[in-house]
Design a protein around this ligand. Structure first.
Ligand SMILES: Cc1cc2nc3c(=O)[nH]c(=O)nc-3n(C[C@H](O)[C@H](O)[C@H](O)COP(=O)(O)O)c2cc1C
Length: 343
């Protein structure tokens, strides 16, 4: 039995948000381990960044950059912190985070609770960054100029991040997803393009899985036109596939196992729209090496996860990495790049 399976009943006895805070506190108290030596075949070079393993921690777990080195030491190939907004904000009233254990899922309507970009910047400056770190930026809820908030994020986090993520796909800040619409997206990406200047870190764009027909084509074209370096597909969904848990009716974004088919379908849409012209990061319901492999074969150069870690513990990233190395060998691929989009 793995240590996390022994701890899980204790963690699950707490409400989800208290459990999350306790986990962060425990991770902060633990000595930091050296990241594992991943097999060379798992290395991915994307937008000039070297990722030692393609299995990363998705945004939202370490919003304030408190446990970056701890998570890298536990075997995540990279860590995305945030979403951070220019000013600190409390987020939505509690309860706002729900475990749907029967469905291996999570619903959250946190609403970008975070301590603000200056605090995250200071923490990232202090940490060792034992691997690639992405900074995911967003807009304050009460912002009167959301585009200016993204520009602030790009400017203020660029020097402490290996990549930046423009998150316009959270369902929990009213109106935020409208930035994915045609006119708004053009204006946003053009402002971000000006703010990043030359020599800064690459910029990724994170999209929702709940897009309409033709949206993937349009977003891919805008992203390529504005020199976006990769698309992260996808955030949580506002859809509600059949769920068993009593929390299934809670509002917010659904993640974990029930998101898997939607996120995979969205990734396939983006792959066929992009035809390999812009790299993709696959996220949503990934819990096993088979899930990650399927995403890579469908066109993802990197993958990320969050919800599965709630159910299987932080060792999951390393287990998936080992499983991926196995599959590469078994199926005769020299490295991840060769397998991307081969399915
Ligand atoms: C509690 C929680 C908070 C999240 N917060 C953020 C966030 O601040 N920014 C963001 O881009 N995504 C956020 N996400 C979305 C995840 O990064 C990821 O896209 C989504 O959960 C799907 O992956 P998963 O099924 O592996 O969890 C959050 C997810 C959860 C469960």
């Amino acid at each position: 039995m793995r240590p996390y399976q022994l701890l899980r009943p204790l963690i699950f006895a707490l409400d989800a948000e208290t459990a999350h805070r306790a986990t962060i506190a425990a991770l902060k108290a633990m000595p930091i381990r050296r990241p594992p030596d991943f097999p060379n075949a798992l290395r991915v070079r994307l937008a000039g960044v070297d990722f030692p393993s393609p299995v990363g921690l998705a945004a939202g777990f370490d919003k304030d950059a408190e446990v970056v080195d701890a998570m890298l030491g536990l075997g995540f190939g990279f860590v995305e912190v945030g979403t951070v907004t220019p000013r600190p904000q409390p987020g939505n009233p509690r309860p706002r985070l729900f475990r749907l254990a029967e469905d291996q899922a999570v619903i959250n309507r946190m609403g970008f609770n975070n301590r603000g970009q200056p605090a995250a910047f200071a923490r990232l400056q202090r940490c060792r960054r034992l691997g690639p770190v992405g900074a995911n930026v967003g807009a304050n809820k009460d912002s009167t100029d959301r585009i200016a908030d993204y520009v602030s994020g790009v400017r203020s986090m660029a020097s402490v991040a290996d990549y930046l993520t423009i998150n316009i796909s959270s369902p929990n800040t009213p109106g935020l997803r409208a930035l994915q619409d045609a006119g708004e997206l053009e204006a946003l990406l053009s402002a971000v393009g000006n703010a990043r200047g030359e020599g800064g870190p690459p910029v990724f764009l994170k999209v929702a899985p709940d897009l309409g027909k033709g949206d993937a084509d349009r977003i891919v074209r805008a992203a390529i036109d504005h020199r976006v370096d990769a698309l992260i597909v996808a955030n949580t969904t506002v859809a509600r596939p059949p769920l068993k848990s009593r929390f299934g009716g809670e509002s917010g974004g659904l993640s974990g196992k029930p998101l898997k088919p939607l996120a995979l379908a969205a990734l396939r849409d983006f792959r066929s729209a992009a035809g390999g012209e812009i790299p993709l990061v696959g996220v949503g319901g990934i819990a096993t090496a088979d899930d990650a492999w399927e995403r890579i074969r469908a066109g993802a150069s990197l993958v990320q996860l969050y919800s599965a870690m709630v159910y299987d513990g932080p060792g999951i990233a390393r287990r998936i990495a080992v499983g991926l190395a196995d599959r590469l060998e078994r199926e005769g691929f020299a490295d991840i790049a060769e397998a991307v989009g081969s399915g």
